[in-house]
Design a protein around this ligand. Structure first.
Ligand code: B16
Ligand code: MG
Length: 216
């Protein structure tokens, strides 16, 4: 097989934290006097914390926040969010995720996480998954957001595999673009109608087998 490393996005691929992000952003929006819908939350998947805040402030027609005020607002949201994720358990791992990552390791493939989330270490710890990954690259170690390939290129570098021999698993359009921009293969997790640039799309890691990597 040509693939030697599998790099996984975290939110939407290994675990679904969207509901916690949604609750925390909604509370913040409500305290500023406007509402925040689940449809708007969909648009924040894979988007960094500060970029998410900018979008939300725009939806609420709030245009006058200083950088310091924005830091404070994002920090407030993150406090509520981290309170919720501190209660997470391995039961929240998405179906088939642990099994597929383990099967990659058993086959001798390298495994890495490539996530925009600065809370990645906490989430992996709560899910008891930290030891399943050879490298973890997250929002704490990258400066350019997806679709820039930085997060995945750093992941490939950390496990010592050339980008062309890496496959990325992603649920967000910008993440698929980041993988392609980095010269990697991309497997979409979700709907083929949305993730049109992916080399292959499955509904979840429970639908993945190692044999499918041969077809990329
Ligand atoms: P944090 P991913 C992303 O994770 C989430 O999809 C996105 O909704 C969130 O805003 C972003 O992480 C930053 O998260 O506030 O924890 O740093 O999909 O790239 O694993
Ligand atoms: Mg994601």
């Amino acid at each position: 097989m040509d693939i030697k490393a599998c790099i996984f996005d975290l939110d939407g691929v290994i675990v679904d934290t969207a509901v916690y992000h949604y609750k925390a952003w909604k509370r913040l929006a409500n305290e500023m006097g406007f509402d925040f819908t689940e449809q708007q939350n969909e648009q924040l998947k894979g988007v960094s914390r500060m970029a998410s805040l900018d979008l939300i402030l725009g939806w609420g027609n709030i245009t006058h926040k200083t950088p310091e005020e924005k830091e404070h607002l994002a920090g407030q949201k993150n406090e509520w969010y981290t309170q919720m994720i501190s209660q997470m358990t391995p039961a929240e791992i998405l179906p088939g995720a642990r099994e597929f990552v383990q099967s990659c390791r058993d086959a001798g493939l390298k495994t890495a996480i490539g996530s925009a989330s600065k809370n990645t270490p906490t989430i992996l710890n709560k899910l008891q998954l930290t030891s399943l990954f050879d490298a973890v690259i997250d929002g704490n170690s990258v400066s350019k957001p997806k679709p820039d390939p930085e997060v995945f290129l750093k992941g490939a570098g950390a496990v010592g595999i050339a980008p062309a021999a890496c496959v990325v698993f992603e649920d967000a359009i910008a993440g698929i673009e980041a993988a392609i921009n980095g010269g990697m293969k991309a497997i979409g997790i979700g709907s083929a109608d949305t993730l049109t640039q992916a080399n292959m799309v499955v509904s979840g890691l429970d639908k993945m087998t190692l044999n499918m990597l041969e077809d990329l």
